[in-house]
Write a protein that binds this ligand. Sequence first.
Ligand code: NAD
Length: 419
Amino acid sequence: MNIVVIGTGYVGLVTGACLAEMGLDVTCVDKDKEKIAGLNQGRIPIYEPGLESIVAENAKAGRLSFVTSLDQAEKTEDTVFFIAVGTPPDGDGSADLSHVLAVAQEIGENIDHYSVIVNKSTVPVGTAEKVKNAIQVEIEKRNKEVKFDVASNPEFLKEGAAVTDFMRPNRVVIGTDSERARVILHEIYAPFTRNHERTIYMGVREAELTKYAANAMLATKISFMNEISALCDKMGVDVESIRLGIGADSRIGYSYIYPGCGYGGSCLPKDVRALIQTAKEYGFQPKVLCAVEDRNNSQKHILFRKITKKYGDDLNGLRFGVWGLVFKPGTDDMRDAPSVVLLEALIAAGATVLAYDPVATEEAKRMFPVNWFNHGHLFLVGDQYDALIDVDAIILVTEWKPFRRPDFNKMHGKKVVEF
Ligand code: NAD
């Protein structure tokens, strides 16, 4: 058995490296030539603790290789293809499946032996069927008869703890109706669940929906707590006491109940939106999910609202320090991050921003408009205390550890207002 992982991003690279770490031969494919050239020279394109060393060790051992197209990957009997490409939101919020289906087409053009195709990308119910059809069409175009199965194996890793999550999953969900695919996938994941069985087998459609339901549940907890926090603000109640008081209940737990400035990242926002869209396609109005999204969209403006409450709507001539740009500590991912909404609002209101993030300076340079830098609206500084120089307020956005206990001596003398 050999493994081909298509899409070498946060999920694909971690999947490929961790499977290789357990002794499998893995080829990672990505159409991004620069990314693959970098990986072949030992450069990791993302910030993910623990990833660099396992990529380096497995590449050195010859178990992990990187190529730019599927036809360069070795394919034998029982090759397992993991699809791990992006499923970004379409205009209406539904998942854009064009990358997944392009990969399916490519697999159909390339397989000559029985293969298992595993959807690791987060995809709506019914996608496995579309993948199967796309592969079959290509096989028939070549006048071949090749057997294959399509399974769903959604990924639950957390950015910032992705390697640990993959190596020690709290569950592995496998959706398949094929006994042959089930046995192969069981063999692949057995080393990860040796301590005790944590694999949950189900139907393909059930597995597809499980991923969305999991992310929607997490988003619901966050939005619920943000709503309680907004209510606390109105009533002059300390939300931290509420968090401790409810988290102690094991039915609720302490995870995902910190109030904040809204959930971001590449998963929760897009997956909640996509699930809402799927529900609507089935003629169902998902009231809770719509409220969760609504609360989050408004929560992303909370820090800006606090600023304008104090300084008014016109921020011309004011300077603000921003600590943290990524959507959560431990990653360099800024997709859908609350910091983006905040910076857009501050700069539109005329403010100057000095921003510091421990790992995302390069990502921020890539993401923010070049005229913000050219016209002096945004300065990315290399030290957290440089973000305080002559500022009117410091805004803490991402709870990176160095911000938890700042050096107040270094902050002393700077013109800073705390919120
Ligand atoms: P990503 O954007 O980091 O990586 C996707 C990669 O796929 C890119 O490198 C891109 O170049 C490549 N790609 C696109 N089309 C291709 C093609 N036709 N052939 C080869 N490569 C191609 O995405 P990601 O964050 O790893 O997410 C991938 C999927 O996993 C998404 O569906 C996402 O929702 C899901 N997911 C993500 C996370 C996460 O924490 N990032 C967690 C669980 C699930």
